[in-house]
Each structure stands twice: as structure tokens, then as C-alpha cells.
Design a protein around this ligand. Structure first.
Ligand code: ATP
Length: 404
């Protein structure tokens, strides 16, 4: 239908980008990106009418998103001929607009299009040798100014390289090194770096990407304090294991991957220097405050855990240490602890202890004639501790504790 609609409106329609790449690589990809050699917004509107959905249009960029009734989204863009976006060498007049559209993209494998108009449906449009690069498993930029135009592509190159187990091509690698020696990263906004880092952290193998970044000097280019030392790498590896274990057990809440990794990457950095990194990455004031607090909480908990003895009757103490700490911090503590019994007990905490609630409620306290007030919190906490420690497992035992 998308292609027929294009024919009816007299425009050529292409599926582009990651969608086409993933079809050729035989990988799942749910985002459909279309490019219209015509008016994308008008096209999107007709598509939404036809299929039953709504659109969000960006008039300035001549793009639209069609949101179908089942929630699926289709991005539609207008093939643009804005020659000033391109290096001067391109003779723009000779090019079709789809070629120009593809030429602004990052890598050959992302610069493929698939015609979907009837009669030409399924024809691959490959101007830059993407198919060959896929065969050779190579990540290659389209022209030598690519990283100068947009240094975030360096991070994207690494992300795709590791994801598909490809190699960044020789010339492309030289261009990356050149971009780094020109210090292009320092001109890049923290917001964009953080965004790309976040995309890396949700990859299947973020550590492979971080390793590659370290190898190429990219972490240090982002900030000199961000080095992937052996110790940090080891904790990060544990952290990934711990988080995978946690994800297998639980759905929600999930730890935020960027926070987890940033904890590992900034391990050992002094408190008064951490602000340099958070401001380089343009965390919001709130994110920065929370992150610094989280590190403080972890530091404090590590001290307390050192003197915590494993004992059933002391589990409430463990809970008291861990309860105020956000999930990312608890997972980090588990990864970081060298003592087996501490890891085991933190896993108990995540598995079971943190969900225990007391069987006595505020209403019970009222019935017992205790005046509502701050004392309730203290009493209920005491009862809960007794239950966690196994001193008062039944409701009767817990009520008896209140009466005393
Ligand atoms: P993913 O599987 O990670 O979603 P994707 O290729 O679909 O990968 P998007 O970030 O959604 O990635 O980008 C869609 C397309 O837009 C890419 O395939 C690429 O052609 C183009 N693109 C995205 N970011 C850039 C960039 N920084 N420079 C040039 N082209 C880009």
C-alpha cells in the first residue's frame, strides 16, 4: 500500500536506512523509514487516512511520523536537494534527490534504499557499494569529510562495528584518527555525546564498544579522566553479569544502563573531580546531583558492608544499608563486592528481602490504642526488622512486639 499510494500521488517512495540494512543482514528491525521524492507531509497524511492513524509533522524539516492505530510508527522524509549541506565537490545538478538524501548519511551500510513503488518494488538502490561492504563486513563512510561534518559518527561507527561484528575500514579508521588529532570531539556538545553513549549502553555488548573507544583514544577525547583501566573493566564486566542476572529475574524497575556504566567508568575518580565529567556530558542539574549522591551512597555502603557480618539476625541491618540506595547503586555494590557472602546477601536482598512487608498496619496500631503520629513509623520499622530477622514471623508475634 505504501508503494501504491506513492504511485497514485505520482512520487517515488523508498524504504531507507537501518530498515534496509537489517533486511539485507537478516536482522530484525521494527522502524520503517521512508523517503518520498515529493511532499512527505502530504504523503504521510494520505497514508494515515488510508490506514487509520495520525501524523505528527515537522513542517520546517518536511518530515512526518505516521502513528498507526496499533502504535507502529513510520517515519517519512522528503528527499532533499539542499546542496549547501554537502561538500563542494558534489555536482548536485546531476543527482537525483534520493541520491542526495542517501549521501548525507553516515555509512554505506546505512545509505541503502529500497524502491517500493509497484513495478519496481524491491529494487535495491545502492550508490555507494553498500552491498559489497556488507559482504566484506566493513563500516565505511561515504566521503572524507564525514567525521568533520559530524563527529558523533565516530561513536556510531563503533556501535555498528561491534553490533554486527564488522571492521571499520582502513581509510575510515584513518579519518577517525585524523578527526581525533584535530580534537573535533572537544567541539561536540555533551548532550550529543551522552545521547550516543546511551545508545551504546543499550547495545548487546556495550563493553566491546567501550574497549574499542579506549583503544582509539575516544574515551579520553571525551574527557581525560574517562579511562578504561583494567580495574574499571573488571568491575564493568561484573556489572554486566549482575545486571543480566537481575534482568532475568525481574521486569521492573530496570536499572538505567547509562547510569550503571557511568558508575563503572568513573570508579575511583575523586568527588571534587566528578563534576568535570557530569558537566562535560551535560547532565541536567538534577541528574548530576543524583549521580553524585549515588556515588556517595555507594561509598558509604561499601564501608558499612565491610563490617557487616553474615547472620540471619542481621539481615535487617543489611536492608537498612541498601534500602535508601537506587537500584543502579545496589547492582554496582553487588558487582563491586569482592566478598562472596556479601554478594550472596545482596542478591537475597534483591530477590526477596526488599519486598518483605510487615503484617501489622497503621490500623492495627490505632486499634491497639496508640495515638497516630511519628511513633507509627518507628514501631512499624521495628516490627518489619523483626520479621526480616526471623524474630517475629507470624502476625501474632508481630502484634505482640507492638504491645511490648
Ligand atoms: P538502529 O538499528 O541503531 O536504530 P538506525 O540505522 O536505524 O540504527 P537511526 O539512528 O535511527 O539508526 O538512524 C536512521 C538513519 O539515519 C541511519 O540509518 C542513517 O542512515 C541516518 N543517520 C542517523 N544518524 C546519522 C548521523 N549522525 N549522520 C548521518 N546519518 C545518520
Amino acid at each position: 500500500t505504501a508503494g501504491e499510494l506513492g504511485r497514485d500521488m505520482g512520487w517515488e517512495i523508498y524504504a531507507v536506512g537501518g530498515f534496509v540494512r537489517d533486511i539485507l543482514l537478516g536482522r530484525p528491525n521494527s522502524d520503517l523509514d521512508l523517503v518520498v521524492e515529493g511532499d512527505a507531509i502530504a504523503y504521510a497524511r494520505r497514508m494515515a487516512d488510508l490506514l487509520g492513524g495520525r501524523i505528527k509533522a515537522h513542517v520546517k524539516f518536511k518530515t512526518a511520523v505516521v502513528i498507526l492505530a496499533d502504535g507502529q510508527r513510520v517515519d517519512v522524509a522528503t528527499a532533499r536537494l539542499e546542496y549547501y549541506e554537502y561538500p563542494a565537490a558534489m555536482p548536485t545538478v546531476e543527482l537525483s534527490s534520493i541520491k542526495m538524501d542517501l549521501y548525507r548519511r553516515d555509512f554505506t551500510i546505512n545509505a541503502l534504499a529500497l524502491r517500493i513503488n509497484p513495478g519496481r518494488f524491491g529494487q535495491l538502490v545502492d550508490f555507494f557499494g553498500a552491498e559489497q561492504d556488507m559482504k566484506n563486513k566493513v563500516i565505511r563512510v561515504l566521503h572524507s569529510l564525514s567525521f568533520v561534518e559530524d563527529p558523533t559518527r565516530i561513536l556510531r561507527a563503533i556501535r555498528f562495528e561491534r553490533r554486527f561484528d564488522f571492521q571499520i575500514g582502513g581509510q575510515t579508521l584513518r579519518l577517525i584518527k585524523n578527526a581525533l588529532s584535530l580534537d573535533l570531539f572537544s567541539k561536540l556538545s555533551g548532550t550529543r555525546i551522552l545521547h550516543e553513549l546511551q545508545l551504546i549502553m543499550v547495545e548487546e555488548n556495550p563493553l566491546a564498544c567501550l574497549n574499542r573507544m579506549q583503544e582509539l583514544g575516544i574515551l579520553e577525547a571525551i574527557h581525560p579522566l574517562l579511562k578504561l583501566s583494567g580495574e574499571r573493566m573488571q568491575v564493568l564486566m561484573e556489572l554486566v553479569k549482575v545486571n543480566n542476572w537481575y534482568k532475568l529475574l525481574y521486569q521492573k524497575p530496570e536499572a538505567e544502563p547509562w547510569k550503571l556504566h557511568l558508575l563503572g567508568l568513573t570508579m575511583g575518580i575523586k568527588r571534587d573531580q566528578i563534576g568535570q565529567i557530569t558537566s562535560r556530558l551535560r547532565l541536567t542539574a538534577r541528574e548530576e546531583r543524583d549521580f553524585i549522591l549515588l556515588r556517595d551512597q555507594i561509598g558509604e555502603a561499601l564501608m558499612k558492608l565491610m563490617s557487616w557480618r553474615e547472620d540471619r539476625s542481621r539481615l535487617s541491618r543489611l536492608c537498612a544499608i541498601l534500602r535508601p540506595i537506587p537500584l543502579e547503586g545496589v547492582l554496582f555494590l553487588m558487582a563491586r563486592s569482592k566478598k562472596e557472602h556479601i554478594r550472596r546477601n545482596i542478591s537475597q536482598y534483591l530477590n526477596r528481602l526488599r519486598d518483605i512487608t510487615s503484617d501489622v498496619t497503621g490500623d492495627d496500631l490505632k486499634t491497639l490504642g496508640i495515638r497516630p503520629g511519628p511513633a507509627y513509623t518507628t514501631i512499624l520499622a521495628r516490627v518489619l526488622d523483626a520479621k526480616i530477622d526471623g524474630r517475629a514471623t507470624s502476625r501474632e508475634d508481630q502484634l505482640r512486639l507492638v504491645e511490648r
